[in-house]
Design a protein around this ligand. Sequence first.
Ligand code: BTN
Length: 327
Amino acid sequence: MVSPAQILAVLADGHYHSGREIADSLGSSTAAVRRNIDALVKVGLDIRDLGGHGYRLNARYRPLSRERILSCLGVQAAAVGERLHICDSVDSTNLFLLRRAEQGECLHGTICIAETQSAGRGRRGRSWVATPYANIMLSLGWQFHDDVRSVSGLSLAAAVALVRSLADFGVLGIQLKWPNDIVWQQQKLGGVLVETRHRALDGVWVVVGVGLNVYLALEHARAIEQAWTDLTRITDALVDRDCLAALVIRRLREMLEAYRCGGFGSFRDEWESLHTCQGQRVSVLRDGVTTSARVLGTTDDGALRVREEGGPIRTYYSGEISLRTTS
Ligand code: BTN
């Protein structure tokens, strides 16, 4: 039986293909092709139906290619190869890996990338929205042998790794907003969600989940409750998701190796230089109470240091507070 993924593989070249041609190449019927194309359109893919001329996939929705990602990874492909899972659809790439960790699997270096998430997770219990087949939704598993406190700055370091990978890709001017929002001109471009599982003999299993907006269709973006942008709008170009995914993987792995030795301390200066609120007066919202403060920087374990107006210096960890700029 023909699947939507097989049909996508035929349409991935961006050319027109008639229903008959697709059916013949997959040993199927035109009715089955039609049914599967309807299913793909239903999940949000833009497939033009030009009657007798056939079907054509909008180039923004070209499916990820495992071969191209590995080829963009160059020498690192050997380390990633077998551990790279590219899924058409999962509930959440973070959950995909966390479930495996709970079943006792060794997750070190395992990567899950999904074209669609039915229950994508964001920070603070929010959901993560993305147009299918057009974005980067990626999780990477890693093992740390220390206790869970040692990974408190990891999500901030991961945000730095993302900015580096975007710079490698040629996208400059990206900043960070506490604790790990990736922003461009104050609009959210991506985010990081780090989740952990502690196993008595193994130390901590960490899953670093990354969402990058490559192309958000307005029907999906409507659900986002803050200013947002995507790489297609920033660059005004077709984005090569395979190459971008490879750069993200490379920078995340490099960050995780460095973090193992130097913790967040190795990323602290860079994080502060990228922070939109560094040195600024801000409103700190904590448990429903708002106070005024100035952002001083971070600590070596990834807490934010602020001086409350006319008061003491305080430190807060990710998740304890949110910030709004006031001047
Ligand atoms: C945020 O709220 O800013 C963090 C968003 C993180 C989203 C990514 S998408 C891939 C991975 N899987 C998930 O369910 N969430 C993260």
